[in-house]
Design a binder for this molecule. Structure first.
Ligand SMILES: [Cu+2]
Length: 255
């Protein structure tokens, strides 16, 4: 699925903030290349300059040379610039500047060994209350049977559909162990932590079929913890949602 999205380089970027992350990755790689070439040249210089020769003895005192100190200071400064002026502002914007819930699609994702439960609120737009004691094989989300808001809720297992050009807010939780919610084309990776709800957001600017993967080794079935991401046109999303809604009411809702 979505094979066209993956070539020899990074997967295609469909995230509104993905460009910023790609830029950071590129800058880091150029700096790593510079360090690799620089230290490589120095290494070969030392191999030749200090090779074994007749009449030469090894010296065991440390060398106090200025250039090596300057190089190390330059590396520290470069890393500080990366951290303080690229990584931290990008991270702060992602964590603090959430789109308004009224302008966004809000989805709850509950990870478990070994699947992604994608919880949509259904027709009423309200999420039913969830609690661990209600979890069973016919109620994977743990919806409270006494909460009317949960009657029409939808659990799209391993299927994450959302419309293009609209912010999506995901409330991430896990039933069991640490998993990691990763959508490479959105440049998004977030661990799910037991006992904690973590909010993330994204906005896609291209439609298509992509992958959701678990990026944290979470047990023997980790490899099959794969979801289908479908970025739809608003019409296609509404149609898909209407089909899911009719399935829930059609089965009389087993929750
Ligand atoms: Cu997992």
């Amino acid at each position: 699925m979505g094979e066209a999205a993956y070539g020899w380089w990074s997967p295609v970027n469909i995230s509104t903030y993905g460009g910023e992350i790609d830029h950071l990755i590129a800058v880091i790689h150029w700096i790593m290349l510079l360090l690799f070439v620089g230290w490589g040249i120095f290494f070969f210089y030392c191999l030749i300059r200090f090779r074994q020769r007749a009449g030469q003895k090894a010296a065991y005192q440390p060398i106090h040379a200025k250039p090596s100190k300057y190089v190390e200071i330059a590396v520290i400064v470069a890393e500080a610039v990366l951290l303080l002026s690229f990584s931290m502002p990008a991270w702060a914007r992602f964590k603090n500047e959430f789109p308004a819930e009224k302008d966004a699609l809000v989805v709850h994702v509950v990870a478990e060994q070994f699947a992604w439960n994608v919880h949509y609120p259904g027709k009423d737009g309200k999420f039913g209350r969830k609690a661990p004691q209600f979890i069973s094989s016919s109620n994977l989300l743990g919806l409270d049977p006494d909460d009317p808001a949960g009657k029409d809720d939808i659990n799209a297992i391993n299927q994450l559909h959302f419309p293009v050009n609209k912010p999506v807010i995901v409330h991430l939780t896990t039933k069991d162990v640490i998993h990691s919610f990763k959508i490479p084309v959105l440049r998004l990776t977030q661990d799910t932590i037991p006992g904690t709800e973590i909010k993330i957001w994204f906005e896609a600017n291209k439609t298509g079929q992509f992958d959701l993967a678990c990026a944290q080794l979470c047990g023997l079935g980790h490899y099959r913890m794969r979801g289908a991401v479908s970025v739809d046109t608003p019409e296609a999303f509404a149609k898909w949602m209407a089909e899911r809604e009719s399935e829930v009411s059609g089965t009389g809702n087993e929750y």
